[in-house]
Ligand binder design. Structure first.
Ligand code: AMP
Length: 113
């Protein structure tokens, strides 16, 4: 997608702190961290959110999350983490390319919002 900042990062057109990459996903550091560790899991295929997600894209995303569960030590998340995906206006989604926030590296609060 031409005007998508995450597509530009995935394509290497704009810089980001890349943490992990494979054929399905890129994991980067969030530029405005909300926790000691704040990463973003970006599926390489562009779709805005789970409403736009195809069955095949859902399977790919599940594979990415499963892979993430095997990378916790490497990412410094062995004590636990939180996954968040904001959707739409009420969810305060600001980038229209589905992404999963990965938060951890410290004790997080027990409230979601
Ligand atoms: P959301 O508000 O849920 O759509 O999340 C978008 C996230 O992308 C925010 O946490 C931003 O800080 C982050 N973000 C925006 N631009 C960049 C960038 N160029 N590099 C890394 N993270 C970014």
């Amino acid at each position: 997608m031409e005007n998508c900042i995450f597509c530009k990062i995935i394509n290497g057109d704009i810089p980001a702190q890349r943490v992990y990459e494979d054929d399905d996903m890129l994991i980067i550091k969030d530029v405005n961290p909300q926790a000691e560790i704040h990463l973003l899991l970006l599926p390489k295929e562009h779709y805005a959110d789970i409403e736009e997600m195809s069955d095949e894209q859902a399977q790919t995303l599940a594979r990415c999350i499963k892979k993430l569960s095997g990378m916790t030590k490497q990412l410094g998340l062995e004590e636990g983490f939180r996954l968040v995906s904001n959707k739409g206006k009420h969810g305060c989604q600001s980038v229209g390319h589905l992404h999963i926030h990965i938060l951890g590296g410290e004790q997080l609060g027990d409230r979601m919002a």
